[in-house]
Design a protein around this ligand. Structure first.
Ligand SMILES: COc1ccc([C@H]2[C@H](O)[C@H](O)[C@H](C)N2C)cc1
Length: 451
């Protein structure tokens, strides 16, 4: 159907900026704002919900929430140290909450009084972060919440002309803030929009289309997530013709494509994930701190995303004083040490066409060399894995990344067995799989009676 504000393309972007984003595969998400000060606790009680939702869940009066800005002293905030955690993690990009749902801005915005300029330090947090991360070769993306609980013209729904007039003023305010971000920080590589699920935004698909157009005009190459977009009819992420809006699908929030489904690889996409079970902002309570993910589970998620051509954005919630949470830094370090040895199977890699899902982990393929990797994240109880190659190929070599050649046994045409040899304390093993065409044409694989 004819859409004015639908998808701007039918196929994935292939320009250099998008190829760079796609090849990053691993990013560091950061949620930081006033919510890090109470950190999930209000009036002495733990509120067992995402820390960044505290003002809503605990029904904090607006003035009391705004007064937190006076305590936002950045006593222990050091952009260099944050950037060092991204290096430790092996992240190639970082996405920072410029403004979350409470409306507080991490930059001195000219369009509101609720920003860093009106805090004791007055520091431009975004400016310091952009400098520190880019000094380490790490791209910076901006998260921006369209939803704004504080702005008087925000509306969840549009019930009457007064609502429409107010919300038009709000959209104008938000457009001005986005123009301001593009103006002040022109090296930013992407925008991650959030807070676009309400009826008010869905009824203004034109505005979401305009935002994408404005940003791409001012910042050529900039990457925009699908979560910004609504079309003429209010369809989100994917337009009413079934085409992806924005440059990559960003619907995977605290979840990955389950079950593993090769059709996901047809699009660019990114999954974002918390380290605690369910809080993006730092939550000090045992409700959050007792649920931190194991580094090897994070590695499994990274390999899962890569095997389906997606990026993985792991979230960090710095504490109210600006220090990173030690437990999160430790997880970053362990994951980064794994990536330092095995990143060859992740960075610049994607879906391995023709290689079936093996069950014990994932196959990935280097998008430029075609080299295939086997990432064993769920070693079978037998201690051995079966490598089933695409028909017509034979296994001529296995190289355990970080060590060297690895033995295997041929069981039949295109089926090989690999003895893993006990658990590895260095985390999931990765093999580079070298193959060549079978000397004799292999018989077709046994037909699978279940299909
Ligand atoms: C359940 O409804 C939600 C869940 C998460 C969100 C926000 C989180 O605060 C975080 O910013 C995440 C990326 N976003 C979707 C918003 C609404």
């Amino acid at each position: 159907m004819e859409l004015k504000y639908g998808a701007s393309r039918e196929k994935p972007r292939e320009d250099a900026a998008m190829q760079r984003f796609r090849g990053h595969r691993v990013g560091q998400f950061i949620h930081w704002g006033l919510y890090a000060l109470p950190a999930g606790r209000w009036e002495g009680k733990d509120v067992e919900f995402a820390a960044e939702f505290l003002p809503r869940v605990a029904k904090v009066p607006q003035q009391r929430w705004e007064a937190l800005a006076n305590d936002f002293t950045l006593a222990d905030f050091d952009a260099e140290r944050w950037a060092d955690t991204a290096v430790a993690l092996g992240a190639r990009y970082m996405t920072i909450t410029t403004k979350h749902h409470d409306g507080f801005c991490l930059w001195p915005s000219a369009h509101t009084d609720f920003h860093m300029g009106n805090t004791p330090s007055g520091r431009d947090v975004l400016g310091e972060l952009v400098a520190a991360y880019e000094a380490r070769g790490i791209d910076v993306n901006f998260y921006y919440s369209v939803l704004d609980w504080r702005h008087p013209d925000w509306r969840f729904t549009l019930e009457n002309d007064a609502d429409n007039l107010a919300f038009a003023r709000y959209l104008d305010f938000a457009m001005k803030q986005l123009e301001e971000l593009a103006e002040r920080y022109p090296s930013v590589k992407g925008f991650w929009f959030d807070g676009t699920w309400d009826e008010s935004v869905k009824a203004n698909g034109w505005w979401t289309w305009e935002v994408e157009r404005m940003l791409k005009e001012r910042l050529p190459g900039v990457v925009v997530n699908s979560r910004l977009r609504a079309d003429d009819l209010g369809a989100r992420h994917v337009d009413s013709n079934g085409l992806l809006m924005g440059d990559y699908e960003s619907g995977y929030e605290r979840r990955l494509p389950e079950p593993w489904d090769r059709s996901v690889a047809a699009r660019d996409w990114e999954a974002c994930m918390t380290i605690p079970q369910a809080s993006w902002g730092y939550h000090q309570g045992p409700w959050a701190q007792s649920t931190l993910k194991h580094p090897w589970d994070v590695v499994d998620m990274i390999a899962h995303c890569t095997s389906l051509g997606g990026n993985f954005l792991l979230n960090f919630g710095p504490r109210g004083d600006g220090s990173m949470a030690p437990a999160e830094v430790e997880i970053a370090r362990t994951v980064g040490e794994w990536l330092a040895v095995n990143g060859e199977a992740i960075y610049g890699c994607g879906y391995a066409e023709g290689w079936d899902y093996p069950g014990w982990g994932y196959f990935t393929r280097d998008s430029s060399t075609g080299k295939v990797f086997a990432v064993v994240t769920r070693a079978p109880a037998s201690g051995r894995i079966r490598l089933e190659l695409p028909t017509g190929l034979e296994l001529v070599g296995l190289r355990l990344l970080g060590s060297g050649e690895y033995p295997f046994k041929g069981l039949a045409d295109s089926v090989f067995e690999v003895e893993l040899g006990g658990a590895s304390n260095a985390g999931p093993r990765v093999f580079a799989v070298e193959t060549s065409a079978l000397a004799h044409p292999a018989s077709e694989k046994e037909p699978n009676p279940d299909v």
